[in-house]
Ligand binder design. Structure first.
Ligand code: FE
Ligand code: FE
Ligand code: FE
Ligand code: ZN
Length: 195
């Protein structure tokens, strides 16, 4: 583990709050910055979900196993519902639904693309696709967990519920992929190209 260094002073310099006594400045800026972080993370996951929605049809098409293909197709439907929950969140916050590029999701989707490019349509490709997809699910689960907790702390109860609903859906999608991987990894291990 790397040792944590102190957060740079530029973070504080970014704040427009007027400096007063140390304790009140910290209290005020930490509340404001939590709201800023929450809003930024909401834009991040909104971009991420929209980016994933474009990748899922490719992952479905690249799947050899019919059940896996259906899992990606049904997760696309869920993803569209998640995007609409995020839009409800933006509306509740009186914010414009706007994405902010998520470097993590961009990279995770690239790994999914690699799984397709590196393998012929086979059980092995399916196993690689599931691996990439589960990384996506875990990123989303952690993002929604973080956002839900922030929304709760910030008193945004309805947003917290919407974010929790997305989190639960991602967790169920992840579990479904684990179940599929148990079957598909076995097939990949046997090395067969047949169903
Ligand atoms: Fe999602
Ligand atoms: Fe991100
Ligand atoms: Fe990686
Ligand atoms: Zn997902």
């Amino acid at each position: 583990m790397k040792t944590k260094t102190k957060t740079p002073a530029k973070k504080a310099a970014r704040k427009t709050v007027v400096k007063s006594s140390r304790s009140s400045r910290v209290a005020k800026s930490s509340k404001e910055s939590l709201e800023d972080i929450f809003e930024d993370m909401l834009k991040d996951i909104y971009w991420a979900e929209n980016h994933l929605a474009k990748a899922l049809p490719k992952m479905a098409k690249a799947s050899h196993n019919e059940e896996l293909k259906e899992a990606f197709e049904s997760h696309l439907k869920e993803t569209k519902g998640q995007i609409s929950r995020l839009e409800q969140c933006f509306a509740l916050l009186e914010m414009k639904a706007q994405g902010k590029k998520c470097a993590a999701m961009e990279g995770l989707v690239e790994e999914g693309q690699d799984a397709i490019e590196d393998h012929e349509k086979s059980h092995a490709r399916d196993a690689a696709l599931i691996g990439a997809a589960q990384k996506v699910e875990h990123y989303e689960i952690s993002s929604y967990g973080t956002l839900r907790t922030m929304a709760t702390v910030l008193g945004k109860v309805q947003c917290a519920e919407l974010l929790e609903a997305n989190k639960d859906e991602e967790a169920a999608a992840d579990e479904k992929l684990t179940r599929l991987s148990e079957k598909i990894n076995k097939l990949a291990c046997e090395g067969g190209q047949e169903e």
